[in-house]
Design a protein around this ligand. Structure first.
Ligand code: SF4
Length: 63
């Protein structure tokens, strides 16, 4: 089964600019103000870069 990227909002303090947004090679992450980032699942290629990058482990690739 294909893995899906998920956001665990409880892990995201939502008080800063998400550094993972810039790491995504296909621009699948967006952020409004300092909210938890949103995933565009049509764009996401499930590479896992953002999941590795987020220091709070708020972005995870799950089956
Ligand atoms: S898994 Fe890769 S393609 Fe998907 S949002 Fe994260 S960095 Fe972007």
């Amino acid at each position: 089964m294909t893995k899906q990227l998920k956001i665990i909002k409880e892990n995201c303090p939502q008080n800063h600019k998400c550094p993972a947004v810039k790491v995504c090679p296909v621009g699948a992450l967006s952020q409004s103000e300092h909210e938890a980032p949103l995933i565009n699942h049509d764009k996401c290629i499930r590479c896992g870069k953002c999941a590795t990058f987020c220091p709070k482990k708020a972005l995870v690739l799950e089956i």
